[in-house]
Ligand binder design. Structure first.
Ligand code: B16
Ligand code: MG
Length: 217
């Protein structure tokens, strides 16, 4: 039976994926590298360092470590400029309601994000207290699709992966959840998130009870 939910942040709870894309796009443009929204799917859920490495690989560019660090910092500065202007309305439709309903059902709630900015964003949205554990980019060493982020969440919540549902918008994240033995809900399009057990376009399209019923079936 299902006892708890672990949520990814970007693209599930909050619409920051577009800010990541804008910041990476700007950086890639500066380096003379062209990349599309389709290629950007491969950056979702992937750490900052690995994302930059992928972009450089696409452009067949090599950077020194110090230049690499500078570019990562630059991307994060641009990203944070967008984030700081973000308001409550940047929470994705239905996300807050879904979290609150889950809490009312006494489900355990965790966060499993690759982002080092996760706490800042939860604070800006004023939803930090809803989470029993927050596993983010500051505590994981292996990027999704490695299951580390979710396994650490399960450990912190003292629950087995099979009784936890992971909500993810990224290909890498769904793969990570599957590898870890978690149940999965994809947030996005069925054509991209083929391996998720349930796919909905957003948390406003399903309720916690419906998720549990469909997965227990
Ligand atoms: P940061 P998630 C991920 O967050 C994003 O999807 C990904 O695009 C980003 O590169 C990564 O966080 C690292 O973020 O640069 O803020 O540390 O989807 O796992 O919540
Ligand atoms: Mg995500």
């Amino acid at each position: 039976t299902i006892k708890g939910f672990i949520f990814d942040l970007d693209g599930v709870i909050v619409d920051t994926a577009k800010f990541h894309f804008k910041a990476w796009h700007r950086l890639a443009h500066d380096l003379g590298i062209h990349f599309t929204e389709e290629e950007n799917e491969q950056l979702k859920g992937v750490s900052r360092r690995e994302s930059l490495q992928k972009i450089l690989d696409w452009g067949q560019i090599k950077l020194s470590e110090s230049e690499f660090e500078k570019r990562m910092a630059q991307k994060n500065d641009w990203y944070l400029e967008f984030v700081r202007e973000m308001g409550q309305e940047e929470a994705l439709p239905g996300a807050k309601e879904f979290l609150r309903e889950s809490a009312q059902l006494n489900l355990t709630i965790g966060l499993g994000s690759a982002s080092k900015n996760a706490r800042l964003i939860l604070d800006l949205l004023e939803i930090t207290p809803l989470f029993q554990t927050i596993i983010d980019g500051t505590v994981v060493s292996q990027s999704k699709p490695d299951p580390e982020v979710f396994l650490k969440g399960a450990e912190a919540l003292q629950m087995e992966p099979k009784s936890l549902v992971v909500f993810e918008d990224s290909l890498a994240g769904i793969e990570a959840a599957r590898r870890g033995g978690f149940r999965t809900v994809g947030i996005g399009s069925k054509s991209i998130l083929k391996d998720a057990e349930i796919v909905v376009s957003g948390l406003d399209q399903i309720s916690p009870v419906e998720v549990i019923n469909q997965l227990n079936f």
